[in-house]
Design a protein around this ligand. Structure first.
Ligand SMILES: [Zn+2]
Length: 337
């Protein structure tokens, strides 16, 4: 299905898959280089899937998805505390001395700490013995939480899930938008700060299942992704520098400040589509010239929560249609990315 979708954009790539994040082309003969990917990591209960090239999928698994999955797993846990973290360092600190060992939280709330004496230097073991030799021992214990050192990868994890869930809905109509290049670069380089994390907001009093839709926030309508208490906003097509307008935005927003239009979960892998909502061009692809006559617009009007698909026409047809009664028309000016 995705290969037929790709062909509608690039007729020269027959029977091929294009990775939605690195945009590399994989011919169907190399099926082994394509893998199924969870949009929200499986370890965090994610069920939605899409496809990625194997290289991207395994890189995300080792980087952003590892930490994103862990934070969602903690959010899903009844206790919602960091002590339920599954990814732990193999050490803790006793009076600021690094001691190799592991810790566990027992039922009832007590903790057990096991010191691996064979992995500590004799000097460390001696110091610890001295501390516990006192009666009663007076020590300060500190537990490191690696998840707190990986905040950036968690944020990129949210961004990756948002981008991939949109790809799951619109296929290459989504992935082939050049104004999302810096989003793809951030996803592919999760350790680097390519865009800052202005895209991620927390929202009180919600506990969303993953959803995508259009959100009106600070007078712009933008593609969005929601999960648990967070919302990711993505740049609309007519505002490629959208994030710089969010400079002064708070990271917490009230639910009443956002107006959402949820989209169906059924994939639309048809001809290239654009999405227009309240006169704002939210999604628009740049299909190759040979495919341009197939461009469709999904139109959302302010008075309807239902999308309609519209077909762009050339200038003479547009002028003819304008003369007809009961015709709704929009003259979309497509900005250059
Ligand atoms: Zn890839």
């Amino acid at each position: 299905m995705l290969s037929e979708n790709l062909e509608m954009f690039h007729p020269e790539h027959k029977n091929s898959f294009m990775c939605p994040t690195c945009l590399s082309i994989i011919p169907a003969a190399n099926l082994g280089h394509i893998s199924e990917a969870h949009i929200v990591p499986k370890s965090a209960g994610g069920k939605l899937k899409t496809f990625l090239c194997k290289k991207c999928n395994s890189m995300f698994g080792a980087k952003q998805d590892k930490w994103f999955g862990e934070i969602i797993r903690i959010a899903n846990d009844k206790k919602k505390t960091l002590f339920t973290t599954a990814i732990r360092d193999g050490y803790f600190l006793i009076d600021d001395i690094k001691v190799n060992g592991h810790w566990e939280r027992k039922q009832g709330g007590s903790f057990s700490f096991v010191i691996h004496t064979d992995r500590n230097s004799p000097g460390v073991n001696r110091m610890i013995n001295e501390k516990f030799g006192k009666n009663p021992p007076e020590i300060k214990l500190s537990i490191p939480f690696p998840i707190l050192r990986n905040q950036r990868l968690i944020e990129v994890g949210y961004l990756t899930a948002a981008y991939l869930m949109w790809f799951g809905l619109l296929g290459y109509s989504w992935a082939l938008q050049s104004h999302l290049n810096h989003i793809r670069q951030q996803i592919l380089n999760p350790d680097d700060e390519i865009i800052d994390s202005r895209y991620l907001f927390s929202v009180e009093s919600v506990n969303w299942e993953p959803w995508i839709g259009l959100v009106s926030l600070y007078s712009d309508t933008v593609p969005a992704f929601g999960l648990k208490k967070h919302i990711v906003v993505l740049p609309p097509r007519d505002r490629p520098n959208y994030y710089s307008s969010l400079k002064k935005a708070k990271t917490n927003i009230k639910l009443s400040d956002i107006k959402t239009l949820k989209l169906p979960n059924k994939p639309f892998y048809g001809p290239p589509v654009c999405i227009l909502y309240e006169n704002q061009l939210v999604v628009f692809t740049e299909p190759s010239k040979s495919a341009i006559e197939h461009v469709h617009t999904i139109l959302f009007t302010p008075d309807s929560r239902q999308g309609k698909i519209m077909r762009p026409v050339d200038k003479p047809t547009f002028d003819e249609l304008k003369k007809l009664e009961n015709t709704r028309y929009f003259d979309i000016k497509v900005p250059r990315a």
